[in-house]
Each structure stands twice: as structure tokens, then as C-alpha cells.
Design a protein around this ligand. Structure first.
Ligand SMILES: Nc1ncnc2c1ncn2[C@@H]1O[C@H](COP(=O)(O)OP(=O)(O)OP(=O)(O)O)[C@@H](O)[C@H]1O
Ligand SMILES: [Mg+2]
Length: 386
């Protein structure tokens, strides 16, 4: 129950996602890219701090891989530039940029041992003998693969191959490591282990990581900041809490986490931070400092954990009648699907409390659905096709 409201005020005050340019190790400024007339990236700007863990989150085809390829130098932008430590690297070839990429496919050389795979890039750069060995061993230690240095990739598990791919990138001591869905081929359990490993490695190396993922849980749990992409643009940059608790628009709200939406119309404003909103047959008060005008169509966003079910909601708390459609026990929480009399189906997620008799709802039972006041987010309604 802590902090949700407080965070909201902090966000408004501090302008999320902005950091001083002087902190930046990587600075992406106004990048645009089209392939054969199709806009793949439009005016992308992002400042990445030293040692920061950034994730790029977005649906297939929104331009995540293309953005990494522009940063790494495998593609040329139509417009915009990339700076590393304040130096414009836009016209440098990939091998001259202190940026390395770990690809989803790992791309290991099958005919070379683990150690030879890791050494390959350094050899091209002219490293030999003792120094080469030391650096390869250090990189293998960092990913805990020293014992398997003489194996061939074909005899490694997916997770082990992934570690070699990471060692091959970090052996070049990049300023920024780019990771394009590196965990997507791993099963759920291994994926969680590798997430923890990656965080550890990033802390040890102290370099910036930019990780591409489809997986919102991965993005929220691993990142200092999340970049949510929508089509070819950035929809929001913020800390995991900011994008979850104060999404910039309905697209971000839908993309990250589960949501319940209550459609409404703005009736008026009470002071700076409160709106009167008509929702179905009720007028409710909702916290919002957004510039929303009377008559404007909005959606009241409530996460499943914001909703409360009761048979006797206190009179002042707004509530909607509904019928229980489904209850599912999930260990620490109890999830409930409710069909509201006004039409929508909503989902509530409550911490399991066996001493509370209210937890005995049966399918079909009538309940009042209310929410924790102040936890609602009001967003302008928008065409869902955008
Ligand atoms: N070299 C290319 N030539 C033509 N079109 C391309 C090229 N590379 C990417 N595209 C197109 O650009 C768009 C964005 O591709 P990109 O690979 O960046 O998406 P993504 O966000 O990484 O998707 P996914 O999550 O599926 O990996 C897609 O429509 C893709 O078909
Ligand atoms: Mg991709």
C-alpha cells in the first residue's frame, strides 16, 4: 500500500526519464530510419547513463532491433546521430565503436572451442600470447564458463551458449553492451536464472546495458529505466514504477501489466488535482492533474490489485455492482473475474487472507467493486487502433 500516490506526485514534479546530458555514456539524438518507404524509427532520442540498465520493450516489428543496429553501426540512420562519451560515432564502422552486441541466435562459431570463440575478436585486433589469454580467461570467469573453455558450442546447453556469447562481447570491454532478446530461447526457469546472472554481470562490469525484450516482467524486474516503443516511436521512458503506475497513454497502460478500464466523461475539476468523472451511472472523484476538459472522454485505469471486493462498501467510496464469474486461487493471491452490471468484465487480484470471511465469494454471487482511492489513473480515451 506504500507510495503509489506519493510516486505520482514525484513524477509530475521531476519530469520522468530526463537525465543530464553530462551523465550520458551513450546519447541517441533524433534517429530516424526507413526501409523502402516504411518508417521503422521516427525521431528516437535517448540518453543512457554510465552503468545504467535500460530495456527496450515493444511488440514485434516496432523497430527495437533496428535501433540496436543503428547504435552498433550495422545500419546508417536517415537522420540523427549517436554519441559515445560525447563523441559523434555516427560515421564509424561497428568495429571502431566501443559497443558490442549479443544476438538472440548467439552466433557462435561451431568449429571453434569456447575459448577460441571468445578470443576471436581480440585476435583480429592484434592481441596475442599472455595478454590475449588473460583477457579471455577473465571474460570466461565473468560468465562462469572457465571450466568449459575447451568445449565446442555443439556440446553446450542453451544457457551455456548464451554465456559464451556474452563473454565474447564483454571481452572487448565495451562502453555499452547491447543485448537483443538474449534470453528468449531459454525455458522459463533458466531464463530467470540468466536474468539474475545478467544483473550481477552488469553490476560487476559497471557498464551500460541495453536489453531488448518482449517480456514486460523481464523489463520491469531488471531495468533502471524502461523504454516503451510504439510503432516506430518512443511512447514513454521511465523507471519501472513510473511506466507501471503512471503510464503516459493507454497504449503503455495496456502493454505493461494487466489493467481494468472504466470508460467515462469528465464533468469538471475540483482544484488542481481532482476531476469529477461520470462513469456509467455514477459520478466519481479521481485524482489527476492532467489537462482534461469537461466533456472529454477518458478511461479510468485501475490495476487488478487496486480493486476491492465487498458486500458493504462504505457509503462514500464509489463502487459498481457486479457478479462473480470466476475465482482462482494463486497461492499468495486470489484472482477474481467480475461481470459488472454496467457491462465490462474486470479482474481483481487480492492478497489471500484466510481470516477474512469476504474471501468466500461463490461464482454468481453479487459483489460491490470499489478501489483504493487515489490509485486510479485517468487517461484521455484514444482510438485503440493507434
Ligand atoms: N534490412 C531491412 N530491410 C527492410 N526492412 C527491414 C529491415 N530490417 C528491418 N526491417 C523492417 O523494419 C521493421 C522493424 O524491424 P525490427 O527488426 O527493428 O523490429 P523488432 O522490434 O526488433 O521486432 P521483433 O520483436 O520481431 O524482433 C519491420 O517491419 C521489419 O520488417
Ligand atoms: Mg528484433
Amino acid at each position: 500500500m506504500t507510495g503509489k500516490r506519493r510516486l505520482h506526485q514525484q513524477i509530475s514534479a521531476h519530469n520522468p526519464g530526463k537525465i543530464a546530458v553530462s551523465d550520458s555514456v551513450l546519447s541517441i539524438r533524433g534517429l530516424s530510419k526507413a526501409f523502402g518507404g516504411l518508417k521503422v524509427l521516427t525521431d528516437i532520442s535517448l540518453e543512457v547513463s554510465q552503468g545504467e540498465f535500460i530495456t527496450l520493450l515493444g511488440p514485434s516489428g516496432c523497430g527495437k532491433t533496428t535501433l540496436l543496429r543503428l547504435v552498433a553501426g550495422f545500419e546508417k540512420p536517415d537522420r540523427g546521430s549517436v554519441y559515445l562519451d560525447g563523441v559523434d560515432i555516427s560515421s564509424l564502422p561497428p568495429e571502431k565503436r566501443q559497443v558490442n552486441t549479443v544476438f538472440q541466435s548467439y552466433a557462435l562459431f561451431p568449429h571453434m572451442t569456447v575459448a577460441a570463440n571468445v578470443a576471436f575478436g581480440l585476435e583480429l585486433k592484434g592481441f596475442r600470447g599472455r595478454e590475449l589469454n588473460d583477457r579471455v580467461n577473465q571474460a570466461l570467469d565473468q560468465v562462469r564458463m572457465r571450466e568449459l573453455a575447451d568445449r565446442y558450442p555443439g556440446r553446450l546447453s542453451g544457457g551455456q551458449q548464451q554465456r559464451v556469447a556474452i563473454a565474447r562481447a564483454v571481452v572487448n570491454t565495451p562502453r555499452v553492451l547491447l543485448l537483443d532478446e538474449p534470453l528468449s530461447a531459454l525455458d522459463a526457469r533458466l531464463r530467470r536464472d540468466m536474468q539474475i546472472e545478467l544483473k550481477r554481470l552488469q553490476r560487476e562490469l559497471g557498464i551500460a546495458f541495453i536489453l531488448v525484450t518482449h517480456d514486460q516482467d523481464e523489463a520491469l524486474s531488471m531495468s533502471d529505466r524502461v523504454v516503451v516503443m510504439q510503432d516506430s516511436r518512443i511512447a514513454q521512458i521511465g523507471t519501472p514504477r513510473e511506466v507501471y503506475e503512471d503510464p503516459a497513454n493507454l497504449y503503455v497502460a495496456r502493454f505493461i501489466g494487466d489493467i481494468n478500464l472504466f470508460p467515462g466523461t469528465v464533468i469538471g475539476r475540483n482544484g488542481k488535482n481532482e476531476l469529477q468523472v461520470q462513469i456509467f451511472d455514477r459520478r466519481v472523484l479521481a485524482r489527476s492533474d492532467k489537462a482534461l476538459q469537461p466533456g472529454q472522454l477518458v478511461q479510468l485505469l485501475l490495476r487488478p490489485e487496486d480493486l476491492r471486493l465487498t458486500e458493504d462498501a462504505a457509503e462514500k467510496v464509489p463502487f459498481f455492482w457486479g457478479s462473480i464469474m470466476e475465482r482462482s486461487y494463486r497461492g499468495s493471491t486470489l484472482d477474481t473475474t467480475i461481470h459488472l452490471d454496467a457491462g465490462p468484465v474486470v479482474r481483481a487480484c487480492e492478497f489471500f487472507d484466510e481470516d477474512d470471511p469476504d474471501f468466500d465469494y461463490r461464482v454468481g454471487e453479487r459483489v460491490k467493486v470499489s478501489w483504493v482511492q487515489g490509485w486510479e489513473v485517468v487517461l484521455p480515451d484514444e482510438d485503440p487502433t493507434h
